[in-house]
Design a protein around this ligand. Structure first.
Ligand code: SF4
Length: 184
């Protein structure tokens, strides 16, 4: 629900969804019409459809057990890509795996002063490697959520709040900008 959508918008939908279908079995037995009806107004309807398809797959083909690793989540569940798989595995199942979304890309590029195009496959590959190296093995889910939140609230696309940033001392982009300011 939160992909491309703000938390404030999602809360009501999430609450109603969980009240209607509190278990995977409940969701698996829902009709597509019911899913679309509840999702109405949230946009990107394929997300709701895929969520329900995933629940069906888990219930009907995987014995009711949700895959617990990023690899198997991505491999076995429809519509689950690399980012979603990593987020579920680290947040729900404590797998030590990094995640990269738009916010994390921005944070990593600034912290490591990467100026190359992050949409290129070479840079993207590097960023996923970096996220994997940096993720906290003791609290991978919290680390990933913190990295995403940092990008969403502090290291914003325009006017990042560097003076409030908890990783300012590690940030190469910030160091370079500060150095330039001192010079001129
Ligand atoms: S110091 Fe500034 S540029 Fe660097 S990560 Fe923090 S907010 Fe982003």
């Amino acid at each position: 629900m939160l992909q491309q959508t703000q938390v404030a918008t999602v809360i009501d939908y999430y609450t109603r969804w969980m009240q209607k279908w509190p278990t995977l079995q409940d969701l698996a037995s829902a009709s597509l019409e019911e899913v679309n009806q509840l999702w109405s107004g949230l946009g990107y309807y394929s997300r709701g459809r895929r969520l329900q398809e995933g629940a069906r797959k888990v219930v009907e083909e995987l014995g009711g057990h949700v895959p617990r690793t990023a690899e198997t989540l991505q491999q076995l569940l429809p519509g689950v890509g690399r980012y979603t798989a990593g987020a579920i595995a680290s947040i729900a199942f404590d797998q030590v795996t990094g995640v990269v979304d738009g916010n994390v890309i921005r944070v990593l590029c600034r912290v490591r002063a990467i100026g190359a195009d992050p949409t290129s496959s070479f840079v993207s590959h590097h960023l996923w490697d970096l996220a994997q190296q940096l993720v906290d093995p003791a609290r991978p889910g919290d680390f990933n959520q913190a990295a995403m939140e940092l990008g969403a609230t502090v290291c914003t696309p325009q006017r990042p709040l560097c003076s409030h940033c908890p990783v300012q001392s590690l940030c190469r982009a910030h160091q370079r900008v500060s150095l330039q300011r001192k010079r001129y």
